[in-house]
Design a protein around this ligand. Structure first.
Ligand SMILES: [Zn+2]
Length: 311
């Protein structure tokens, strides 16, 4: 909840499922205008409310929400926030807008994955009225007080993913395009959930972010990375390794369930080797949703297999 020393934004730790440094929302306050980038899931709305209060704000004092994408850990709280503050403007990629208005598909697919844990993890997700939504394609500028944020279309993790670029502060809010790394760490973990994962698009999105020459990245999971070029280079390597692992498991002839188990075990072991403190390794393993990442990479590998010309 403390503003970073060299940042004009406030990082809000949503303390998701009681775990600090899992999901970060960014509070922007400029010239009397208040906005959040990714308010998080509906399950952490009371934590968000308390963090706003620490900054002298109530939900009614918010003017806008900028969404990097609509996954429930980033955007699930939006409907509930609008119920309290119907004036909120919500900026979202055009491919995601309809699922904000009617979250039933989003909830059904999450429900299949999480079952009875859904409420604990994500809370009560409410629909967002059409009149609150501003659909973006990328290239637009969203102005918050005296700050301009350029929307950058960044598919790869999700087909409806945007990054927001503050050229004045040379800061890129990259949602889940830059993976999972707790501020201060160098260990990195991809988040590759179904159904949209696409490595080529992802690498192009990383190119587009790097081309801006950012001084820092803000990751939802979790916080700032102050050396974007090094971070992105590490990330590309890890993403390629995970994809290769998923492909080799797919081609091994094992059942998908068995292969998935092996993927999760291999990645968990790699995490335990890469992160010195055991509790921190478990933090990554929990937050990474490794089986979900396996399912996303499996789907991507199968798509690629289908599109390959038969020899
Ligand atoms: Zn996420």
């Amino acid at each position: 909840m403390t503003p970073s020393a060299n940042s004009p934004y406030t990082t809000i730790d949503l303390n998701w499922t009681g775990r600090p440094k899992s999901i970060a929302s960014a509070l922007i306050q400029s010239d009397g205008v208040n906005a959040l980038i990714d308010p998080g899931p509906a399950s952490t709305i009371e934590t968000l409310r308390a963090a706003l209060a620490q900054n002298g704000l109530a939900v009614q004092d918010l003017h806008a929400i900028l969404l990097t994408h609509i996954h429930l850990d980033h955007a699930g709280a939006v409907g509930a926030l609008i119920k309290e503050n119907p004036k909120l403007d919500v900026f979202v990629h055009e491919f995601g807008a309809k699922h904000m208005m009617d979250p039933s598909k989003l909830l059904a697919s999450a429900g299949r994955l999480y079952g009875e844990k859904m409420d604990f993890l994500y809370g009560n997700v409410l629909p967002v009225p059409e009149e609150n939504l501003f659909a973006l394609a990328g290239g637009e500028t969203v102005t918050i007080g005296k700050k301009d944020f350029t929307a950058l279309y960044t598919p790869g993790h999700a087909s409806h993913h945007l990054a927001f670029w503050d050229a004045g502060e040379r800061t890129a809010f990259v949602g889940d395009v830059g993976g999972i790394t707790v501020e201060g760490d160098t260990f990195i973990m991809p988040a590759t959930p179904p159904p949209d994962v696409d490595l080529d698009l992802w690498n192009k999105s990383l190119d587009a972010i790097l081309a801006l020459q950012p001084a820092r990245l803000f990751l939802t999971h979790f916080g700032y990375q102050h050396n974007p070029a090094a971070h992105i280079a590490r990330y590309r390597k890890k993403l390629a390794e995970w994809t290769a692992l998923a492909k080799s498991l797919l081609e091994s002839g094992k059942s998908e369930e068995e292969a998935g188990k092996e993927f999760v075990e291999a990645v968990a072991a790699e995490t335990r080797r890469g992160v010195s403190a055991a509790s921190e390794a478990e933090h990554y393993i929990f937050n990474g949703g490794l089986y979900l990442s396996w399912l996303g990479l499996l789907r991507y590998a199968k798509k690629q297999e289908k599109s390959r010309p038969a020899s």
